[in-house]
Structures are given as structure tokens and as C-alpha cells.
Design a protein around this ligand. Structure first.
Ligand code: MG
Length: 250
């Protein structure tokens, strides 16, 4: 069963989404060579709590931190550490918050100082593929339309699409039905309906789509060591089209 949310419920999800968006906008100002992901994590928790929310990831399934911080060839679920960021790296930050029992989920990939053109292109393409996927998230469409939009844009650039991890519904649990793959055939999968709240999150590798999980049990990395980018918005499907609840400028 895919939950359909009332306007009142969407307002609560919107509130959590605004908080995670504000959190990543604040962290963006702190990302530079020499900063550690643990410092970013500490700041993220402080910001979320100051806004009356709780970090959603901390303790969920046993994850130890507020942020997932994934550097370079780390795809997602990186654990914040004391390793300083270096000029030229890319870093994906994924953060969730919960207020009044409703979740918001959001991720962006950032540059550390100056990055090369290949990394910038990977970031741009991944963000564009999310934008295209959101445009496909309309009543009358299906989950397959969303994945197809990501797949077309990312594969046209020669990138590998992570298939083993997927987007998801968001609401009173962080991960709800439906699963939202970043590939698919138009017109296939569950029908999209007004009131669905979805986290759409392309994970795109510069090289092959193959990944593995590190011995820490969390950090997902590319098998070939090439960089990976990740963007995620929580959206609501409305009668007027998709509404991005985690807008970048919140
Ligand atoms: Mg998510």
C-alpha cells in the first residue's frame, strides 16, 4: 500500500523538508579543504535541533550520525569522520529530519574548493537528472516514468546508474512504499497519485554502476574507484504537478 497524504500531513512533511534544506544550505558555506565531515555532522545536528526537529538518520537502523557524508568514490551512507576534506574532492551530504512524526529527506553533492571539469559535469548531470525525474512525477504517470527520466539523462553522458539502491516514499516512516529505481520503462510500475510524497534520489557514478559496501557495514563505494554524485529531493504529487518540498533555496 502506497500512503496518500492529506494536506495537513503534507504540511508537516513540508516543515521537516524545509529544515533539512536549510541545514544543507548552511553546511554548504562550511565546506572547504581542511574541514572534517565530523565537524559538518556536529553542525548539522545543532542546526536541526535548533529548529525544533530531530535528526532522522541518527540511530535509524543503527546509523551513528546525523549526516551521511560520502566523499569522492563513496556513493552514499558514508559515516562522518576526522579525515579532512581536500581541495578538488566532491562530497555528497544526505540528511533527514523529523518533526511531529513526519520525515523530510534531502541530499546534495558539493565541490570542495575548485574541482575539475569531469567532476563538475558529473554533479551537473546528476542534478539535472533529478530535475527531469521530478518533472515526470505527475498524476497519470507511473514510477517507471521517473526512473526512465533519470536513466536517459545519465546514460546519455556515459555514466553508471546505481541500481542496487533506490528512492522511496516518505511520510511517517523515512522509507515507505513505493521503491523508486533510477532506471525503468515509461508506463510501468505503480501509478502516481495525488498525495504521494516521494524521495527521488539519483546516485550516478562517473564509471561503472558496480558498487560494494565497506567493512564498516554502511559506506557504499564504487567498485572501480571513480567518483559518484547523489542528489535527492522529497516531493509531493499535487493536482497541479510535483511540488519540491526540499527546495534548494529554502
Ligand atoms: Mg532517501
Amino acid at each position: 500500500m502506497i500512503p496518500l497524504r492529506s494536506a495537513e500531513e503534507i504540511e508537516k512533511i513540508r516543515n521537516s523538508c524545509r529544515i533539512v534544506s536549510e541545514t544543507l544550505s548552511a553546511l554548504q558555506e562550511l565546506i572547504k579543504p581542511g574541514v572534517t565531515t565530523r565537524q559538518l555532522d556536529t553542525e548539522a545536528e545543532k542546526i536541526i535541533r535548533s529548529k525544533g526537529a530531530d535528526p532522522a538518520f541518527k540511530g535509524l537502523y543503527g546509523f551513528p550520525a546525523t549526516l551521511c557524508a560520502s566523499v569522492e568514490d563513496e556513493v552514499v551512507h558514508g559515516i562522518p569522520s576526522d579525515t579532512p576534506l581536500e581541495e578538488g574532492q566532491i562530497i555528497g551530504l544526505d540528511v533527514g529530519a523529523i518533526t511531529e512524526g513526519y520525515y523530510g529527506d534531502h541530499a546534495r553533492t558539493f565541490a570542495v574548493g575548485r574541482i575539475d571539469a569531469d567532476r563538475q559535469r558529473l554533479i551537473d548531470r546528476t542534478r539535472e537528472s533529478l530535475d527531469l525525474a521530478i518533472q515526470a512525477a505527475r498524476t497519470g504517470g507511473t514510477v517507471g516514468d521517473i526512473g526512465h527520466a533519470v536513466q536517459q539523462h545519465a546514460e546519455a553522458a556515459g555514466y553508471g546508474i546505481v541500481r542496487d539502491l533506490v528512492g522511496h516514499g516518505v511520510g511517517t516512516r523515512l522509507h515507505e512504499e513505493p521503491q523508486i529505481p533510477n532506471y525503468g520503462e515509461p508506463g510501468t510500475g505503480p501509478a502516481l497519485q495525488e498525495g504521494m510524497c516521494l524521495a527521488i534520489e539519483p546516485m550516478i557514478n562517473m564509471g561503472s554502476d558496480k558498487i560494494f559496501t565497506k567493512a564498516d557495514g554502511w559506506t557504499v563505494k564504487t567498485a572501480d574507484g571513480a567518483p559518484s554524485a547523489h542528489f535527492e529531493h522529497t516531493i509531493a504529487i499535487t493536482a497541479n504537478g510535483p511540488e519540491i518540498l526540499t527546495a534548494y533555496d529554502a
